[in-house]
Design a protein around this ligand. Structure first.
Ligand code: GLN
Ligand code: ZN
Length: 758
């Protein structure tokens, strides 16, 4: 017998990021839209054919997108916000929604717990939902013309609504009765395409502790959809976690199959008893990491599923769309870790291979040797990457310390007398504008085109200017500006042992933007100080304190690909130890304030409520371990670029940073109230400068912002600072803006002093 195979979705950016390049040229008016279409068509064809050649049965169409699939779904449903409705040209309108054009772009946010960002739908009563099936239908026909009969991917209505925001701030599910008819019309159109068509509705929202309301909507929605399209086989696909609650109501509807992620949602096995009559799309090849899969473990998993579900109803699949994985390992240079890697292209092969092995039941000698070979290529297999047993790996934290000395009260008193800062101290978050000259110097140095001395001079020059400027406008706590860093994680990854950098491991982050996350594969250690040279230099140029600037352990971990045979908490701990050594060295160099950025702390939260405690515990431990070497009189800052703290305030409190700077320029006081309500003790720097916008706020506006924040934050605990780092802005914007910010801080400080004198 044969076992069928399915790939949930394939990366669309292209082997050489062709889509990125053509889109950016089109946006820069360098090429006409036709060229974008040609590239897109060529990419789709290439991706369909390579999956076909690998023997995949269910290959997706409509997994492609010129920007984002949620945005495509808005277009498909006619959910175009009014401010864009007047743009006559279809493509212009599409990209205006994504990127703005005079009017503000639509909001973008992270897709579940991945680093992929989608465009957030804005729903309102005045929207007229109307089907536009053009993209869905034409991609199916295009594939068919290329000799591939596809399954059609569509984002399911409940996930679409669950991720939408509404103009009136109310719940979004009230629009279900409006969009469901449009989805039904879509299925009617799809039904005309062929005698029997497969449609995959992506419903990852089902894995996030679905409420009773959602569970009842599942039955209703898929009951109706399954009835609507004659000859259509509906697959409802979930991923990133288990969907145990949703399986039962789904199985009460006449859908054809259910996609379940058995890697990130191991509890899915428990739900199989309800699903024995359905086809099970078994997600067992990891769609979101970069490591070779363990084929034997995959086979065991398939056998477990087979105990409940007949073999002919099992479809071997990826755990989620391969969108979250880079393109192919074959483009990587030789390295000790290459044989351990599997990117999208190789994962497709794994799906196919697993199905063959599973189908054959009793393995032949050749098949056994395939498994043997696979074992040898696994990280934890017979031939692992050598891991060094170095000083940070296993050694107990210095003096067994797990957290720093002193209560906040004790530390604060010492820091106050040591630092002697004014009321409402003004500071920035770390980076200053990255100029073209700076980028060039960094690149030239990397390529060996300029000697270290020339490069160092360039960086020092930048620091000189940066410090002089901050002195001139009167900021209280200075930074060196981060001129030596291209990226806050990559910089540290390159200086720590245990990291590997791929050459082509690009993953789409949003629109045309791709990131190349570092790979953590060995024990992490710090051969030498990483930041001391630069911070010490900056400090030598001023009497005011210069902040040491580090990226936190949880953020370094969350923004890297981590080997999957070592628990994440253990890796976080190793990073934390390395950072704690750096803090000790910074102190020795006379640095009095050190900031440990945790920009990605929040996005690491698990999707399931029941798992948050565990994450919070080890993430917290890692952060506390990282700062454990800080003296009582050293002021520790942490920075987080978001403003939603309501649900994690206890953890923020437990992190116990002396000063926490956050993003609030857009959201205002609303989300800050929680700090007041919970009587948060430590100091807070609420962002008053929206660094995502090129706008330069006036001193009067800054004053308003500061006064507003003082309604919820005690004046003795408040700092004045921007929302985040300034590296994406220009000096022309930053100079006047920071000047105005500092001026406003001084003005409010005086106003407070005057009222106190009276
Ligand atoms: N210190 C970093 C900077 O200013 C922080 C960046 C971030 O939080 N994303 O660039
Ligand atoms: Zn930030």
């Amino acid at each position: 017998m044969t076992v069928k195979t399915l790939v949930t979705g394939f990366p669309r950016i292209g082997e050489n990021r062709e889509l990125k390049k053509v889109l950016e040229n089109y946006w820069a008016h360098k090429v006409p839209f036709d060229e974008v279409e040609d590239t897109a068509r060529a990419l789709r064809k290439k991706h369909w054919l390579l999956q076909k050649d690998s023997g995949i049965d269910f290959i997706s169409s409509n997994d492609f997108s010129l920007y984002d699939n949620m945005l495509d779904t808005m277009v498909m449903l006619g959910a175009v916000p009014e401010r864009f409705a007047g743009i006559a040209d279809k493509n212009e309108r599409y990209f205006a929604m994504a990127r703005g054009n005079g009017t503000a772009a639509m909001e973008m946010t992270k897709w579940f717990n991945t680093n992929y960002h989608f465009i957030v739908p804005e729903l309102s009563d005045d929207l007229v939902f109307r089907l536009d099936p053009a993209k869905v239908l034409s991609e199916y026909r295009e594939a068919k013309a290329a000799g591939v009969t596809t399954k059609i991917n569509v984002i399911g209505p409940l996930t679409f609504l669950g991720l939408s925001k509404t103009k009136d701030g109310g719940g979004s599910f009230k629009y279900l009765h409006k969009i469901l008819p449009v989805y039904k019309r879509l299925l009617e159109e799809i039904a005309k395409l062929d005698e029997s068509v497969y449609v995959q509705f992506d419903e990852p929202a089902f894995v996030k502790n679905p409420s009773g309301t959602i569970l009842s909507l599942i039955r209703e929605t898929y009951g109706e959809l399954a009835a609507a399209g004659g000859g259509i086989n509906i697959i409802v696909t979930t991923y990133f976690e288990h969907a145990v609650e949703a399986v039962k109501p789904l199985c009460d509807t006449p859908i054809w199959g259910i996609g379940l992620d058995f890697l990130y949602g191991q509890r899915n096995v428990e739900a199989l008893e309800y699903a024995a009559s359905k086809h099970i799309i078994a997600g067992i090849v990891d769609g979101r990491n970069i490591w070779r899969g363990d084929l034997s473990a995959g086979l065991e998993l398939l056998e477990r599923i087979h105990k409940v579900v007949p073999k002919e109803q099992i479809v071997v699949s990826t755990s989620c769309s391969l969108l979250h994985s880079p393109w192919s390992v074959k483009n990587e240079p030789e390295s000790p870790i290459k044989k351990h890697l599997a990117f999208a292209r190789e994962k497709v092969e794994e799906v196919s291979l697993l199905a063959k092995l599973f189908a054959s039941g009793c393995l032949s000698e050749t098949e056994k040797s395939v498994l043997e070979e696979n074992k040898g290529n696994l990280l934890s297999g017979s031939n692992p990457v050598p891991v060094k047993n170095d000083k940070t790996g296993d050694r107990p934290a210095e003096s067994g310390r797990k957290t720093r000395d002193g209560t906040y009260r004790e530390r604060s008193a010492l820091q106050k007398s040591r630092l002697n800062l004014p009321l409402l101290p003004a500071t920035t978050i770390g980076s200053f504008p990255q100029t073209p000259e700076l980028r060039k110097a960094r690149n030239d140095y990397r390529k060996g085109l300029i000697p270290e001395t020339v490069y160092e001079a360039a960086v020092k020059n930048y620091i000189d200017d940066c410090v002089a400027f901050q002195e001139e406008i009167g900021l209280d706590v200075l930074v060196h500006g981060e001129p030596e860093r291209n990226d806050m994680v990559e910089y540290f990854g390159e200086l720590l042992e245990g990291f590997h950098f791929t050459k082509n491991g690009w993953v789409q982050s949003y629109g045309s933007r791709c990131v190349k996350p570092p790979v953590i594969f060995g024990d992490i250690s710090r051969p030498e100080p990483m930041t001391v040279k630069w911070i010490r230099y900056a400090q030598s140029k001023t009497k005011k304190p210069v902040k040491g600037m580090l990226t936190g352990p949880v953020t370094i971990l969350n923004w890297s690909f981590v080997r999957n045979d070592i628990p994440r908490p253990a890796v976080a701990k190793q990073i934390a130890r390395a950072l704690s050594d750096e803090i000790a060295d910074l102190q020795k160099a006379g640095i009095t304030i050190i900031q440990v950025d945790e920009a990605a702390f929040r996005e690491g939260y698990p999707l399931r409520k029941e798992n948050t405690d565990e994450y919070e515990q080890w993430a917290l431990e890692a952060f506390r371990l990282a700062v454990s070497t800080a003296d009582v009189s050293t002021q520790i800052h942490t920075h987080m670029c978001y403003s939603e703290f309501n649900d994690i305030i206890k953890t923020i409190e437990a992190m116990d940073a002396d000063v926490l700077t956050v993003e609030t320029a857009r959201s205002g006081n609303k989300l800050l109230r929680v700090f007041k309500e919970t009587a948060y003790q430590n100091e807070i720097g609420p962002g008053v400068y929206d660094i995502h916008s090129p706008r330069i706020p006036s001193a009067a506006e800054f004053r308003e912002q500061i006064l507003a924040r003082l309604e919820v934050i005690d004046k003795n605990k408040m700092w004045v600072n921007p929302d985040c780092g300034l590296k994406t802005r220009t000096w022309e914007e930053v100079r006047p803006a920071l000047k105005n910010m500092t001026k406003a801080a001084a003005a409010v400080r005086e106003e407070i002093a005057r009222t106190q004198d009276r």
